[in-house]
Structure formats: C-alpha cells, structure tokens
Design a protein around this ligand. Structure first.
Ligand SMILES: Cc1cc2nc3c(=O)[nH]c(=O)nc-3n(C[C@H](O)[C@H](O)[C@H](O)COP(=O)(O)OP(=O)(O)OC[C@H]3O[C@@H](n4cnc5c(N)ncnc54)[C@H](O)[C@@H]3O)c2cc1C
Length: 411
C-alpha cells in the first residue's frame, strides 16, 4: 500500500503553490498536479515585478518577523525553515542573481519577474509537474474530492491523496485571486476571516484646489504617525487621497482605527529631519518683503504641494506664528475617511483562520488538506515580507504533505 503512486493536487499557481510543487515533484512515486483558473500561472508575481520584484528583505530576523504583527509567532517557524537567504539561493539555483538595495530590500538583479518565472516554470516542467490551466476549483463532491470547472464548462472531479490550497487572497482579482474559494471552505466548517484591503491607498476629502492642482505629485522623505506607529518614506497625493509605500506601511493600523471610528487621523511630518525647535528658529528669520509661500519655500525647501497642505490644514494664526507653524509642519492632521477598494490593494488581510491549521499547515479537521500563501489570515507591509511568507508557507506545506504521505494516518 505504501509504495503505490500518490497524487498531490495543488490549487493555485501563485508563488505559494509553485514553490510547493517544486519541492514535492522531487519525491519518488508522487504525481504533482497543479490547477489554476487563469490561462497562465504566476500572474500576480509577474505584476509584482513591474515596479521591481521585491523578493524579501535583508533585515535581522527579529525585526523581520515583527513585520507580521499578530501573525509573528504563527509565521516564525516557517520563515526560519525557508528564510530570506533561502529565497536568494533558490533564485540563484534558477540562474537569477539577487542584490540588496539601499533600503535593505532584496531584488533580482534584473528587477523584473519575467526571467525568474520563465526559469521557474521550465524547472517545474522538467520535474514533471502537470499544470492544468483554466481549471477553476468550485467545491467538493459527495466524497469530498475537489471539483473543477474546465474552460469548456465541464465539471471534473480529481484524485487527491493530499490537497494543497494556495489560492491567494482577494486583491487584484483580475489576476486570479478572487477569494471565491472562501465560501466553499466555509461549507466544510473551515473558519475564514473576512477579507479586507491591506497595503492599500486611503481616501481623504481634499479641497478641490488640492486634488485638481496636485494629484499625482509626491511627498518625499516624510513621516506618518498613527497611534504612535511611525512610517518614514514617500507618498503620492492622488485625486482621491493618498497612495504609496509609506501609507501602506500603516495600513493595518489605519484599517483597525477605521473599524472602530468613522475617520482616522494621520499625523504628517513634512520635515522629519528637524525637530520643532530647529524649524521654529528657521521660521523666525526676517521674512522681509517675501510672501509667506516664498519664505517657506526658501527657508524650509517646502514644495508647492507641501505649502498647499499647510494652507489646507492650518488657520491664519498658526501660519503667522513661527513656533505654532513649526509644530504644525511636524504634525499636520490628515483625516482619512476610508480605505480604497480591495481590488486595487497590493494584498489582503483575512483568509483561513490560523487556528484552523496545525504546525505543518494541515487543516485540523480535514486531514490531508493543507493551505499556504496569502489565503491564510496573516498580513505584512510591502518590503518583500509578503512574498517571503508565501514562499515559506509553501515550503512548510510541502514538508507537511511529505510527512503526511509517509504517515500511516492516511485513509
Ligand atoms: C501590484 C502588486 C505588487 C506587488 N509587489 C510585491 C513585491 O514586490 N513584493 C512582495 O513581497 N509582494 C508583492 N505583492 C504581493 C504578492 O504578489 C502576493 O502576496 C503573492 O503573489 C501571493 O501569492 P499566493 O501564491 O498566495 O497567491 P497568488 O499569487 O494570488 O496566486 C493565487 C493563484 O490561485 C489561483 N486561484 C484562485 N482561486 C482559484 C480557484 N478557485 N481555482 C483555481 N485557481 C484559483 C489564481 O488564479 C492565482 O494564480 C504585490 C502584489 C501586487 C498586486
């Protein structure tokens, strides 16, 4: 019985499913079948590469793991087993070198994902992984076997000695991760935390002047603060509000605040490199005949957008008083009214509740079913932490499946 060929069914061809397929297809007497509803695999991974594929991050393990917030302890053993260094070795093994950018982020030297994806899919083919495209998982039959709808509209029931769900979260649904699987898993008594946008833009009710005149312009080297949490970097002012890595970095806290209150207040520090006293000294210099805008531009090198933000958020008395103005420049209160829709978010929070999974990522009340990637309820800011957790959980689930197939507990 133990020497029979076994079939592993993987649903989802994003990084989590693909890395699991790569690990499992080296095992003897195993057939790995990967199903994806799109006409090609790795669509989100390829889009991620458009602006520079940030594979992981070089910071120390303790700081790295803190990025996962409440999911830190859940992810720790998986990230330790397949670490940032392992991602770099994996890419090198596929012929792709990586480098550490000035921010500590790790990228392929070509920045894009295309060459890496090409080498990866070639490797999977060489290792015998059978990929079934345009097959949408639609639920289970009476004997709990997974059912797919193929592109001709036919229902296909497949064999699975072990089943891995790697169907992604619910952002950018046009790339395949629609979150529609959630209701099928809920029917199986698997708890799925509702999805929410993460690493997303936020809506601000700018004045017409600000949104028309400054939409698309950057705020560089600023700092945001909410509930004591700070994030330093750049932002883009858009017609509807704010976008960019710095606001994505506080999106978990912003979303939590918006759950409790109608609005959330972000404190925007336009000159984090100076304290308020240093700014006030610069502002006490004689203005002579200069307009206040010219004076601010020359004294503090504030851009027209930054000056417009000051006008929008400060009253007359504040702008005339160097001390109060200095304090305002360090803490401009920006009222956030809501998050942008999930379909434009870089990632989602929510998914299979981590309490449903054992330490090998097997669904506790469905022996032989595993989960990996963004479909599990963890989240992280941008910076390579998302892909790292997808790779690490993909490898962990593959190890769990290996262990499961060797055990006597299978039916
Ligand atoms: C614009 C953008 C830029 C990003 N940049 C980065 C970055 O630089 N660094 C980083 O760390 N992260 C980045 N991310 C996030 C990262 O790409 C995702 O976290 C990661 O792709 C998730 O991997 P996954 O395998 O869990 O899911 P996905 O990559 O979403 O893959 C899930 C797969 O499952 C398939 N699927 C879903 N439902 C079904 C079904 N019912 N039947 C069959 N197949 C199904 C989908 O078609 C899809 O191929 C970015 C995301 C976006 C949108």
């Amino acid at each position: 019985m133990k020497n029979e060929r076994k079939t592993i069914t993987i649903i989802g061809g994003g990084p989590a499913g693909l890395i699991a397929a790569q690990h499992l297809s080296t095992l003897p007497d195993i057939d790995v079948h990967l199903y994806d509803q799109k006409p090609s695999v790795g669509r989100k991974f390829l889009i991620a590469g458009r602006g520079g594929l940030n594979l992981t991050h070089s910071e120390d393990t303790v700081s790295f793991l803190k990025r996962y917030g409440p999911a830190e302890n859940f992810l720790k053993p998986f990230v330790e087993v397949f670490s940032p260094a392992d991602i770099q070795s994996w890419a090198r093994d596929l012929g792709i070198e990586t480098f550490v950018g000035s921010s500590g982020r790790i990228f392929p030297t070509e920045m894009k994902a295309t060459a890496l994806m090409r080498a990866w899919t070639r490797r999977l083919t060489d290792q015998g992984v059978q990929v079934h495209l345009q097959h949408t998982f639609i639920g289970f039959n009476d004997t709990n076997s997974p059912v797919f709808l193929n592109k001709d509209g036919n229902e296909i029931v497949v064999k699975a000695d072990a089943l891995l769900f790697a169907t992604g979260g619910a952002s950018y649904p046009h790339l395949g991760a629609t979150g529609a699987w959630a209701q099928e898993l809920e029917k199986q008594d698997i708890n799925v935390v509702p999805f929410k946008a993460m690493n997303c833009g936020f809506n601000v009710e700018w004045s017409e002047h600000l949104s028309v005149k400054f939409a698309g312009q950057p705020l560089k080297n600023i700092e945001l603060c909410i509930n004591g949490e700070k994030c330093h970097g750049d932002l883009i002012v858009t017609e509807y509000g704010l976008e960019g890595g710095t606001i994505y970095g506080v999106s978990r806290t912003l979303n939590e605040t918006l759950d409790q209150n109608e609005t959330a207040t972000l404190l925007l520090d336009l000159r984090p490199e100076f304290n308020a006293e240093q700014l006030a000294i610069k502002l006490e210099a004689p203005r002579k005949k200069q307009s206040l805008s010219t004076f601010l531009r020359k004294q503090l090198k504030l851009s027209p957008l930054e000056i417009a933000l000051i006008w929008e958020h400060c009253n007359k008395e504040t702008v005339q008083d160097p001390q109060r103005l200095a304090e305002a420049i360090k803490k401009l209160p920006i009222t956030i009214v809501s998050a942008r829709p999930i379909n434009r978010a870089i990632s989602s929070m929510g998914g299979i509740n981590t309490s449903e999974l054992n330490t090998q990522l097997m669904i506790k009340n469905h022996p032989g079913w595993f989960a990996a990637g963004e479909m599990i309820d963890w989240d992280a800011p941008t910076g390579g932490y998302l892909l790292q957790a997808c790779f690490s959980t993909g490898v962990a689930a593959a190890n769990g499946i290996k262990h499961w197939l060797k055990s006597d507990k299978q039916i």
